[in-house]
Design a protein around this ligand. Structure first.
Ligand code: AHM
Ligand code: MG
Length: 338
């Protein structure tokens, strides 16, 4: 048996770009730079338990070097991989309160990058999967450098989105709207190789993923929905397996490949003031973009995530993302309560 010809992420990105004769190559380079940053972050994640990198910022590791927390390290790594390239006009990160301007000494470019450098950070100390999430938009502001209008764009205007999952292997999954493709890092050669071309969410839903300890914080409709997914409300045969890692990328990835739904409903304990946790621009919107490109859906309970008009960089949202039938089920339970 002959092995299949391996396809590196670089070659794949270039071949995709060649399908668009008017492409400048800037988007391809951003994707490739993200893959490069992901390799550096993956290397650091793999060493986490060895070099005492989990100490707080400003602490000193066993080699006497100043260490950073992994999430700050990931943030700096992505920023430094991108700031000087002349392909971006502005960035936004979960780790940074304000939009991140491109330093004056560097040229700017036609794209906007929003990212969560290391999501699921509560899992870092326990050797559980974590991930980087990214979202790319076109620059829409008139000036030479980007501004907040570039950042506050609806998700349906994304030109690309994806994530890097630091799991039992490191994977990069992305879409430019034309299919969702997954690449697994071969650490022996330091290359991401195409392992999951054209990912489609399976029609059948196997899993539901939610932090059920928040049950008493949800609306009656969401409680009934989760009871239904457990098989304790309605048909027991509707029951799915529960899987909750507490790392959005890992939970999403499992459902993307295996079929299922991820839920992070709003906390409605305070009347008239629902509170959500996940961030719209660099968590929910990019995963919604991927879900739709893979044949799934994503809503906030009322609207399609990709139609939500953002007003703040760190805006939060409820999120229901997964198989189309499952998201329709969410809508039915919510509508029945109205
Ligand atoms: P973070 O950005 O502080 O890491 O929080 C986001 C994470 C997601 O990865 C995950 O889906 C969720 O928070 C888990 O939250 P909880 O611990 O409330 O279940
Ligand atoms: Mg996060």
């Amino acid at each position: 048996m002959t092995a299949a010809q391996p396809m590196t992420i670089e070659r794949f990105i270039i071949e995709q770009e060649q399908r668009h004769p008017d492409a400048t190559g800037a988007l391809s380079q951003i994707l490739y730079d993200l893959a490069f940053a992901g390799k550096i972050i993956a290397r650091e994640v793999r060493k986490a338990g060895l070099v005492d990198i989990l100490g707080g910022t400003g602490s000193v590791n066993v080699q006497g070097e100043l260490v950073q927390k992994l999430d700050e390290y990931a943030n700096t790594t992505i920023f430094k991989a991108m700031d000087h390239t002349g392909r971006l006009c502005i960035m936004g990160s979960e780790e940074v309160a304000d939009p991140i301007e491109i330093p004056e000494r560097y040229p700017t470019g036609p794209y906007v990058l929003l990212f969560d450098p290391l999501d699921g950070s509560s899992n870092i100390d326990y050797n559980v999967s974590i991930g980087t999430i990214f979202s790319i938009h076109r620059k829409i502001s008139p000036g030479p450098r980007g501004d907040i209008t570039d950042i506050l764009q609806t998700g349906n205007l994304q030109v690309a989105a994806g994530y890097i999952l630091y799991g039992s292997s490191t994977m990069m999954v992305y879409s430019t709207g034309n299919g969702v493709h997954g690449f697994t890092l071969d650490p022996s050669i330091g290359e991401f190789l195409l392992s999951h071309p054209n990912i489609h969410m399976p029609e059948a839903s196997r899993y539901y993923s939610v932090n059920e300890s928040y049950y008493t914080r949800w609306t009656p409709a969401i409680r009934k929905l989760v009871d239904h997914l457990k098989g304790t409300y309605g048909k027991p045969s509707a029951a799915r397996s529960a899987r909750y890692i507490g790392s959005l990328v890992a939970d999403f990835h499992r459902n993307l490949i295996g079929g299922g739904i991820f839920l992070y409903p709003a906390d409605v304990r305070e009347p008239g003031k629902p509170k959500a946790k996940l961030r719209l621009l660099y968590e929910a919107a990019p995963l919604a973009f991927l879900a739709e490109a893979a044949g799934g859906r994503a809503i906030d309970g009322e609207r399609r995530i990709l139609d939500v008009v953002p007003t703040q960089l760190h805006q939060r949202t409820a999120l229901f993302v997964g198989n189309c039938d499952d998201v329709a089920l969410v809508e039915r339970f919510i509508a029945a309560e109205r």
